[in-house]
Each structure stands twice: as structure tokens, then as C-alpha cells.
Design a protein around this ligand. Structure first.
Ligand code: PLP
Ligand code: COI
Length: 357
């Protein structure tokens, strides 16, 4: 696809960019450009362009504002020692976005064009990749219904965009074990729902339980299977793994109610490479609790693009606390290997990295 390029007339100064990159935070600063492709039911994808980052104009009746017809992806770009900027498994994100698109009645986008949009954006904004410990340029592709129409049906006008944001640790500060709140009052997803689509509504529904978690001093929420109330599903924005004392790695199976994490899939591969036995299955909160108590579960961690791999320190279930070990050896080893591949310091034996710029 041909992208028109309209460069920013007044880009961020080098000095201001250096200040931002020195302490990027998460999701608060954005690069100078955005990649955009429009879609209409009549003409398909068209008008591909890179334009200055800035507010967008939407009709107040735009369907996304009323019926939440929206999907997104989350990825990261890393600067390697050869000066190139690389991203991790972008075709997996492209495929997942298309799966989300089907569920939310949005148009699919050619996976090559999805990746091209990232490349076109990075061609302008490659100086924005931070290189500090645990830092990367967070890439946020998203698609939403722009058609001004209040009838409830799939919109006939849609826009795809990519924005980019220099990012440090999602949880702020240094890597440390997080505290997780078990949501007993609210479910995230149910069979037949949208749990395995990366759509904004899932995150909107997680905000109230997330507020409850924050009141209890917790960083994230653990959602349970609403039909069998003690099977663990995932966190608001991360998948969960448990490590056993006999070298097994346990994670909830993909049943349609959890997001099919690309980090999750990669961790499973790296664990198998290390000779671990991986079990994707139903895991109850009781199994977690008993295992930590009797020493058969030695480590627990969360993983996702934003969170990378973050150890879970404590799980708070009402009045009860299930503690785990903090940053264990297996968590640390898998984290180091995954980050090494992403940063280009460990051999990319699965061909996961893709050069963007
Ligand atoms: N689960 C949810 C609900 C998420 O939002 C994310 C983040 O994208 C993940 C899991 C992890 O997915 P990935 O590893 O592809 O970033
Ligand atoms: C990600 O890890 O990329 C996510 O999308 C999780 C969260 C920031 C929504």
C-alpha cells in the first residue's frame, strides 16, 4: 500500500525528546507522527498516510462513542546495537487484531499492511526509542468505528491508526513483585463474550474492580471463571503462570475467555526449550493456595507486552493473603531470555524479531 507522508511542521525539539526519553513513564508521551488508514464498506482500505500526531475530529454520533466498536493491539520496538529498530512477532499481533476485528464486526486489515504501517511510522519517529533498562517504544495500533449513525449495526466507516509512546516499567519504578487482588464481585468475560478479543469494553469493565484493587493496595486484578468461581483466568492486562517445584509451568488454557497473549505463547515456547513441562489447563485458586502452602508452587508471574514478565508477590483474596516467593529463579531466567531476544543480545532462534527501521 502507498502511504502519503505529511511530516510534522513543528516536531518536538531534540532537547525535549531527550528529557522524555530520560524518564518516559508509561503511556503519557507520544511521538510526533501517527499512521492512519481509512476504510469504507464501499471502497475498502484507502487513504493510507503518516501525519502529525494530534487530536482527531469525530462526529458526536460516531459509532465508537456509543457502541464501543473498537479494537487495539500493544507491541514494543527496541533499539539494537546495530542501530536498527526491531519489534517482536508483529505478524502475531496482526493476526490477533484480525481475530478481534471479526468478533467486533470490524474489517480485517492485510497483515502485511499492518506491519507496513508500523514501518512507515518508525521511518519518521525512530529517534523516539528509549534505551534504558526495561524501556522500549510502545506501539499502539487501534481501529474504531467512525461512521455517524446511531442505529446498532456494524459501522460502514472505520479508521485504523498507530500511535507510539516511549515507555518504561508499566508498574512504575524498578521491577518488583506486584500485589494482586482477586475479584470476587466482578467477572471479566464469560463463554461467548468478548474475552479473547482485544476490545476497549473489556478494559472499561475492568476499571471498577481495578479501583477496588487499588483501594486494597494492589496493582492488578485477578479475574476468575464466573461459572466455576475458583478457576483462575487472567489479570486485567496480563496472563498468569505458576512454576512448580518439579520444573513444570502451569497456565490457564485458552478457552475463549482470556486474551491469547503473544508473550504467553512465547513464554510457553521458551519454557519448553528449557526442558520444562508446560500444562495449559484449568487451575483453581485452591490449587494455587495449597501449592504455595505445601511448597509445590514455587513462583508465580504475570506476563504481557506492557508488563514483560513481572513476579507476583502476594495474592489478596478478601481477608486472606496467598504469598509467593517474589522474583524466583525460573521467572528471572525466562524474563532475561525473553528480554535478551527482544533487545538483540540473545540469539533469536525462533525468528521472532522483525526490523522496522
Ligand atoms: N491479557 C490481557 C487482558 C491483555 O490486555 C494483555 C496485553 O496485551 C495480555 C493478556 C498479554 O498479551 P500480550 O502478551 O500479547 O501483550
Ligand atoms: C499490553 O500489554 O500491551 C496491553 O495492552 C496491556 C494494557 C496496557 C492494556
Amino acid at each position: 500500500m502507498q502511504f502519503d507522508v505529511l511530516t510534522h511542521p513543528t516536531p518536538t525539539s531534540e532537547q525535549r525528546r531527550a528529557e522524555i526519553l530520560a524518564d518516559p513513564g508509561f503511556g503519557v508521551n507520544f511521538t510526533d507522527h501517527t499512521a492512519v488508514i481509512d476504510w469504507t464498506a464501499q471502497n475498502g482500505w484507502q487513504n493510507a498516510r503518516v501525519e502529525p500526531y494530534g487530536p482527531i475530529s469525530l462526529d458526536p454520533a460516531a459509532a465508537v462513542l456509543h457502541y464501543a466498536q473498537e479494537i487495539f493491539e500493544g507491541m514494543k520496538a527496541y533499539r539494537h546495537s546495530d542501530g536498527g529498530v526491531y519489534t517482536f512477532r508483529p505478524f502475531a499481533n496482526a493476526a490477533r487484531m484480525n481475530k478481534s476485528a471479526v468478533r467486533m464486526a470490524l474489517p480485517e486489515l492485510d497483515e502485511k499492511v499492518f506491519v507496513q504501517a508500523l514501518e512507515e511510522l518508525l521511518a519518521q519517529d525512530k529517534e523516539w526509542v528509549p534505551t534504558g533498562e526495561g524501556e522500549a517504544l510502545y506501539l499502539r495500533p487501534f481501529m474504531f468505528a467512525t461512521e455517524a449513525f446511531l442505529g446498532v449495526r456494524a459501522a460502514k466507516e472505520v479508521t485504523f491508526r498507530v500511535i507510539a509512546s516511549p515507555a518504561g516499567n508499566y508498574f512504575g519504578g524498578e521491577l518488583k513483585p506486584v500485589r494482586i487482588w482477586v475479584s470476587r464481585d466482578f467477572a471479566r468475560a464469560a463463554p461467548g463474550g468478548t474475552g479473547d478479543a482485544k476490545t476497549g469494553g473489556n478494559y472499561a469493565a475492568s476499571l471498577l474492580p481495578q479501583q477496588q484493587a487499588a483501594q486494597k493496595g494492589c496493582d492488578q486484578v485477578l479475574f476468575l471463571d464466573p461459572l466455576h468461581d475458583n478457576a483462575i483466568e487472567e489479570l486485567g492486562g496480563m496472563n498468569v503462570f505458576l512454576v512448580t517445584s518439579d520444573n513444570r509451568l502451569l497456565t490457564p488454557a485458552l478457552t475463549g475467555t482470556i486474551l491469547e497473549g503473544i508473550t504467553r505463547d512465547s513464554v510457553i515456547q521458551l519454557a519448553k526449550d528449557r526442558g520444562m513441562q508446560v500444562e495449559e489447563r484449568r487451575i483453581t485458586l485452591d490449587e494455587w493456595d495449597r501449592g504455595v502452602t505445601d511448597g509445590t508452587i514455587t513462583e508465580v508471574f504475570a506476563c504481557g507486552t506492557a508488563a514483560v514478565i513481572t513476579p507476583i508477590g502476594e495474592l489478596i483474596d478478601g481477608e486472606k493473603t496467598i504469598a509467593s516467593t517474589g522474583t524466583g529463579e525460573v521467572t528471572q531466567a525466562i524474563r532475561d531470555e525473553l528480554l535478551g531476544i527482544q533487545l538483540g543480545t540473545v540469539e533469536d532462534r525462533h525468528g521472532w524479531m522483525h526490523k522496522l527501521a
